[in-house]
Design a protein around this ligand. Structure first.
Ligand SMILES: Cc1cc2nc3c(=O)[nH]c(=O)nc-3n(C[C@H](O)[C@H](O)[C@H](O)COP(=O)(O)OP(=O)(O)OC[C@H]3O[C@@H](n4cnc5c(N)ncnc54)[C@H](O)[C@@H]3O)c2cc1C
Length: 545
């Protein structure tokens, strides 16, 4: 357990009796695939049900929207099978996945794809059949994609359109969730919301679902959009929920590396279609590191790139597609082609400079197979949660699937609970005051940039005890000047959340004295099943001030 000296129960002071109030059956925090899937399911509960869905910025600004490569599911019963998908997921997870969860997600995947098709998702096709591709770690072609490499955009737009016409769902965009509201016994009663136009609002909810996505922006090099600051995990932590496996952060091997530009993902499917990795001398290096070469698991490829960059004293390596047919590349990767073209790179004729970046948060709020957290009336699904599907490493294209399957299951469970009248307690009056602090005010952007830089250097692809311990110390120092303040807008709250979560990630990484999946310790390079088979679970109900 990590004790934060300055961590208080709520980030801001409030008195619910003086604030505007909203009442809803189900509050969904987040509008990516997971949040939209829950909302659409709960909306089926009956004509009187009310679902409120809040998003930090616009509805379509999420990791889901930017997903490129596709979504994994067994839709070809001849060449593929649920057993193969299950075995691939387990092999990538390095011994930490929950086999029953893997079986459930793989088994229910095709039904969730069917929902998407019924709602109108335009998956790419070869004639009448769904077009399937392969990615690293998958033993069969089972990745569905849409508009080539814009799968997330197509799925998000389709689901958002469904939500917009569903009158039982009230969409509240640009509505920041500051904290969950909890009652005397720790049950979640809703959340404290904020908009620039109206300030604080209390949302009382019979059930609350965290679907607020991951924390890729904790790192300087990241494929994630600015929204992915891990708010939901920090919010859940302050409320006393259990978090799990935070040390497992997946780094994507190939993001476009142009100094000064933001990091755009170059999807794994590019390597799946035959792309090769070359170092600055033009040498193809992946066969030296793994038998599957460019199609080795992501952690292996990321580490190999970092080592090859060090060996050749270079800031990046290159993706080489020049041996593949130009027409095929342009048709298959229109989005990547456009991004590269902006920098005068023709993906069929030029080498593409790439390097790894933080991509996916494997750990998160601990949930069961129906998305239930350790707190009554609180559910979580999607990247904010830890379902134990991915174990210590995520198989590519399994996360959109996870969000859909758990979103559906949490939604079904909430529908059942609503039907039997659960979650209808009368809201109490809640009050909280933040003591004034005279300590120096630090610049929010400066601290955020420094935090992201140190996370990248010390809690990144390769880690060791000394640097992890130093990182914790430094973050604790920043915390003492940032967590004592009361901020009035999301920039400050996000920084408070990032500092809270980053310290937990550094501490978790230091505690796990072995290497497994995405977590690589140079001082403990071997996997240690005898001591580290089990997950580390943290609960901080004691964080209450
Ligand atoms: C570039 C990129 C490519 C990817 N490609 C693939 C792929 O091909 N296949 C695959 O399976 N996975 C892929 N992934 C991963 C996958 O996209 C995500 O894991 C998944 O979409 C997460 O969905 P989600 O619904 O949990 O969260 P998100 O889609 O990230 O949605 C989070 C939502 O929470 C809201 N939110 C956050 N904090 C707050 C707050 N404080 N208050 C209110 N709202 C809040 C946000 O506004 C947003 O609406 C990719 C990720 C990236 C970044």
């Amino acid at each position: 357990m990590v004790r934060h000296r300055n961590l208080r129960r709520y980030l801001v002071g409030f008195d619910t009796s003086t604030l505007p109030q909203i009442f809803t059956d189900c509050l969904v925090i987040g509008g990516g695939v997971a949040g939209l899937r829950v909302a659409l399911e709960v909306a089926e509960a009956g004509p009187d049900v009310r679902v409120t869905l809040a998003t930090k910025t616009e509805l379509l600004e999420s990791n889901s929207y930017y997903a490129q490569g596709g979504i994994a599911a067994v839709t070809d019963p001849v060449e593929d099978s649920p057993e193969k998908h299950r075995a691939d997921t387990l092999a990538t997870a390095c011994g930490l996945a929950d086999e029953a969860i893997v079986e459930m997600v793989v088994g229910e995947g095709p039904d969730r794809i069917r929902d998407l098709i019924d709602w109108g998702t335009p998956f790419d096709r070869d004639g009448d059949a769904l077009s399937l591709t392969r990615e690293g770690g998958h033993s069969a072609r089972r990745i569905l994609h849409a508009s080539g490499d814009s799968t997330g955009r197509e799925i998000s737009q389709t689901m958002a359109a469904q939500a917009r016409v569903q009158s039982r769902i009230v969409l509240r965009e640009r509505t920041y969730t500051i904290d969950l509201l909890t009652g005397d016994t720790g049950e979640v009663l809703g959340a404290l919301l904020w908009t620039a136009a109206t300030g604080l609002t209390v949302c009382w909810a019979r059930f609350t679902v965290l679907a607020s996505g991951g924390a890729g922006r904790l790192y300087r090099e990241s494929t994630n959009p600015e929204t992915a600051t891990g708010d939901g995990m920090a919010i859940a932590y302050r409320a006393g929920a259990e978090l799990e496996d935070l040390e497992f952060v997946q780094f994507h091997p190939t993001t476009l590396y142009i100094a000064g530009a933001s990091r755009a993902l170059i999807s794994e499917t590019v390597r799946g279609e035959g792309g090769r990795l070359l170092d600055r001398n033009g040498t193809r290096f992946m066969p030296e590191y793994h038998a599957d070469a460019e199609l080795a698991p992501r952690d292996v490829v990321s580490r190999a790139i970092v080592r090859q960059m060090a060996k050749t004293d270079s800031t990046n390596v290159y993706l080489d597609l020049r041996h593949l047919k130009a027409e095929h590349l342009y048709a298959r990767f229109p989005f990547i082609r456009t991004i590269c073209r902006d920098f005068d790179i023709d993906i069929a004729r030029d080498l593409i400079p790439v390097r790894p970046a933080a991509h996916y948060t494997i750990g998160g709020v601990r949930v069961d197979g129906d998305g239930r957290t350790s707190l009554p009336r609180l559910y979580a699904c999607g990247e904010v949660s830890c379902t134990r599907l991915h174990g210590a490493n995520r198989l590519g294209s399994n996360s959109l699937l996870e969000g859909l399957v758990f979103g559906y299951r949490a939604g079904r469970r909430i529908v059942e609970q609503l039907a039997v009248g659960n979650g209808t307690s009368r809201p109490p009056r809640l009050q909280f005051t933040v003591a004034h602090s005279d300590r120096t005010v630090l610049d929010v952007d400066d601290v955020q940039n420094s935090l992201r830089a140190i996370m990248w250097r010390n809690v990144g692809i390769e880690r060791d005890a000394r640097h992890l311990a130093e990182t914790e110390e430094i973050i604790e120092f920043w915390q003492s000047y940032v967590l004592d303040k009361e901020f009035a807008d999301p920039r400050g709250w996000q920084l408070q959340n990032m500092l809270t979560l980053a310290r937990l990630v550094a501490r978790s990484a230091n505690q796990r004295q072995e290497s497994r999946g995405t977590h690589f310790r140079t001082d403990f390079p071997e996997r240690d099943d005898a001591h580290w088979q089990h997950h580390i679970v943290r609960s901080v109900a004691s964080a209450s001030a």
